[in-house]
Ligand binder design. Sequence first.
Ligand SMILES: Cc1ncc(COP(=O)(O)O)c(C=O)c1O
Length: 480
Amino acid sequence: MTVPTSTNDGLLSFVSTRSLERKQVSFAGLPLPTSITKHKSPISLGGGRPHSGFFPVNKITLEVSSSPFNADTTEKVISKKDSKTLDITKGFQYGPTEGHPELISFAKSLINRVNEPGYEDWDLTLTNGTGDSLHKIFNLIINPGDVILIENYTYVPVISNIINYGGIVVPVELNFEKGGIDVGKFEKLLENWESGPYKHFKRPKGLYTIPTGQNPSGLTQSHEDRKKIYDLSSEYEFLIIEDDPYGYIQLSEYFDGDFNKFSTNDYSVDKYIEEDLPNSYIQYDTEGRVLRLESFSKIFAPGSRLGFIVGHAKFIKRIIDHANVSTRAPSGISQLIVNSVIEQFDGVDGWLNWNIQISEEYTARKNLLIKTLKSSESFKKGQFDIIEPKSGMFLSININFPNDDDDEEEDYRDQVEQLRYKALEQGVIVVLGKNFTTDESFAKKARFIRTTIATQDSDEEILEAGRRLSSAIKLYFESV
Ligand SMILES: Cc1ncc(COP(=O)(O)O)c(C=O)c1O
């Protein structure tokens, strides 16, 4: 099979005037005239890069965990000078804006192994995490008045990000039964844009989506629907901004509470890739219209402040130009530590194996919470439904309020707030779905609460949280 090469010069029509007009200014000097032959080994009296002897660290020893929550470790020594890899001398120094070659090379191998784009001229740049990636992408594409579609409940900082650049957000509905964006409604919205509720706005320039383990709903879009959404992006000429911080955390389906496919002996990295990891939109992409965002926050550590953007080389170049005049390269010290741990795991497959182990732990936690909730009196009385996630760290609960007669006009905001108070009185913190939208009509309809299985210290804490939450729901129902 030949991989198509994108020839779509129209991609530049998605670029904002701000980005098109950005100029790079450098004090490094003009390129040498051909008549000048440069000395083979010049001594620098030029750039202000401190000699590594000024760095106060000579050696770093990492105790790398063999698996999550496991005290067993292996030792990785990071030396000051090691020409074979990213060492202290390079990691502590100013580095390339797009990131150190060692980590870039890892990220490219990971993409090739798991989510290979459908065209050749793609590229990748490291960033200071997805928050930074999003800021740079909206800087790249938004001119005032441009429309970005977002899921009706979403990671809300994105909304401010879009609005700050003069963009307009238009919500598209999630389908809580099927998982992900409701493709039927989405297609109708695009088909009838000029006669629909947003006819006074331009047609959308982009779709921002969290297709896997969505925040806040925990939903995951099916492969079939992803392909349809990609086809719609091609038909209606918009970009897809795929935010995927949770995608590597896969959850095996709940059966009796104990089954965990990641613990089975014949589970492997190949199975993880072929059977479990959802396809990225970038795999369907033959035109360079997908920007894929990955983050090390949930699978390494949020404090790493590291992520990367994969997309068409034309977009990536402009994002790097922006970084040159804003954040510059992500922390070299952070890159050094992340890269060394990945080396200790033995590269891409070892890293994926770490992600499988994370998935195993999250699955156990999810099963425990579901088992506790299902055994509660409140659940048995039908007071709530569990929206079982296939990926990620969020599990949503839909409250079947006593007055719920599927009235489209019903406003649940006060009721969910009262329920939250009951939960706090019972000793459990949850987040309300209504807080993940700025659209009043969707805030009114939000009957769900978001819980996470990421933070608890022990199984006992998860069990207790489930008991407290279900008793809060029961007490709420008794109080109304
Ligand atoms: C959907 C989504 N995108 C991005 C982020 C932030 O990621 P990062 O830590 O890489 O900036 C989060 C964090 O919670 C998130 O839920």
